[in-house]
Design a protein around this ligand. Structure first.
Ligand SMILES: *Cc1c(COP(=O)(O)O)cnc(C)c1O
Length: 421
């Protein structure tokens, strides 16, 4: 559910007409709904009611300071994957004890920054990382709290580029080796073992892969406890999918996911952490664009938008589907026409949808991409020297630009000319 609905013939974000934002900031732009962000965070928080838990928003999905501050004020922790994200979380007011550091390639510098600034735990992804963590902690005269991210070798049944829980993926330590790695971690003076971490992929549309993974983690918890490790926290990752295609069957709800967690690991008495990203931010954001041209092709018409693959790369990168709808509500009974919906970038991959049925639109009309809040703005680039598009946040009947569009001069003047030119 989200807060982008037609009202009196026009698409609104909460109580603000999209067309009013477009007139104020120009297109293309991203717009987020505060109510949707908070609703989705609370669905997870409530799904774990009755268990000691922390929902750590995976901020790589959408990391604008206004989004982070909104979620932090609601009590969210953060899952970060770089020093930049760590600094963003701290700048948004998240205390170190609510920040989890994930990622396969943490550098000594990143580890030092987090250990100095305060951290809830590191999710360790390799044995060499464990050594660096130990060395940096000793150098700083402290102890690093850790979980080991185990790779449970389960098939997440999602797009290959976002599956992370099979043994051929680069993530985590094979669960079969976990005993040895924990024994070694337990012997290092700069390391404090506190739990286990698992994350098997993104945009999962069934509970079965989670169930398999969590049952393996439950077994591992008992095995490690028998070896004398004080396993008291389980980080169960993120990955619950969202309904990009409204006509498709919906993925499981957070409440069903929460029930699965309680069923599979509830008996262990561990503190539970989850790291949802997409489900919190995905349906809380739209990408709004204008139609530049409608070009007649052979057997199809091309809808050429002012948004492109550099603004929203998901269709080009993951063959992702986004619902695209006119901002002016189509009259009832109007026949959809087939369009190829494309951007202006000089690559055939700059195609958002092929042969998509849509009510007829004309140059100057506004269109909105649904479910663009996660892995949208954060993955944008300035390819073709196209400015990063603005981000806007809505709350009730108010809206604010939360990242302005840079000027062309700002973009060009970031480059510097060597002395020999
Ligand atoms: C990307 C990622 C997440 C979030 O995944 P979503 O599919 O956005 O929920 C959580 N944890 C880790 C370690 C990740 O890499």
């Amino acid at each position: 559910m989200d807060h982008f609905l037609y009202r009196d013939g026009a698409l609104f974000a909460e109580d603000v007409p999209i067309a009013e934002i477009a007139a104020a900031v120009g297109t293309p732009f991203y717009v987020y709904s505060t109510a949707t962000l908070l609703r989705h965070f609370r669905l997870f928080d409530e799904a774990l009611d009755g268990t000691d838990h922390l929902v750590c928003y995976a901020m790589k999905a959408a990391s604008n300071q206004a989004i982070l501050t909104t979620l932090a004020q609601a009590g969210a922790g953060m899952d970060v994957v770089s020093e930049g994200e760590y600094r963003r979380a701290r700048a948004a007011g998240v205390p170190g004890e609510k920040i989890v550091f994930s990622g396969v390639g943490k550098t000594a510098g990143e580890i030092r920054a987090a250990l100095t600034g305060g951290i809830r735990q590191f999710n360790v992804e390799s044995e060499p990382e464990l050594e660096v963590l130990n060395a940096v902690a000793l150098e700083l005269g402290t102890v690093a709290p850790i979980t080991v991210r185990v790779n449970p070798d389960v098939d997440a049944r999602t797009h290959a580029k976002i599956a992370t829980g099979k043994s051929e993926n680069k993530f985590g330590i094979p669960i079969s080796r976990a005993g040895r790695v924990y024994a070694h971690a337990g012997s290092l003076p700069g390391i404090e073992v506190i739990g286990i971490d698992v994350h098997i992929g993104s945009q999962l549309t069934e509970l079965e892969p989670f169930e398999q993974a969590y049952r393996k983690v439950a077994q591992l918890t008992e095995d490690l406890r028998a070896e004398g490790h004080d396993i008291r926290r389980l980080d169960l990752g993120g990955g619950l999918g969202i309904p990009y295609e409204r006509s498709n069957t919906a993925p499981p709800l957070p409440v069903e996911y929460g029930a699965l967690i309680k069923r599979t690991v509830g008996h262990l008495g561990c503190e539970i952490e989850i790291e949802p990203g997409r489900l919190i931010a995905g349906n809380a954001g739209l990408l709004v664009a204008s139609v530049i041209y409608v070009k007649e092709g052979e057997g199809r018409d091309f809808l050429i938008l002012d948004a492109a693959m550099n603004d929203l790369i998901r269709p080009a990168m993951y063959e992702a589907y986004h619902d695209i709808l006119p901002v002016a509500e189509p009259a009832p009974g109007v026949e959809p026409r087939p369009y190829d919906i494309v951007g202006p970038v000089c690559e055939s991959g700059d195609t958002f949808a092929r042969n998509r049925g849509m009510p007829p639109v004309a140059p100057g009309d506004l269109v909105a991409f649904r479910s663009a809040g996660a892995y949208g703005a954060v993955m944008a680039s300035e390819y073709n020297t196209r400015p990063l598009i603005p981000e806007v946040m809505v709350k009730d009947d108010q809206f604010a630009v939360i990242r302005p569009r840079p000027s062309f001069d700002e973009m060009i003047n970031r480059d510097t000319i060597p002395s020999w030119l």
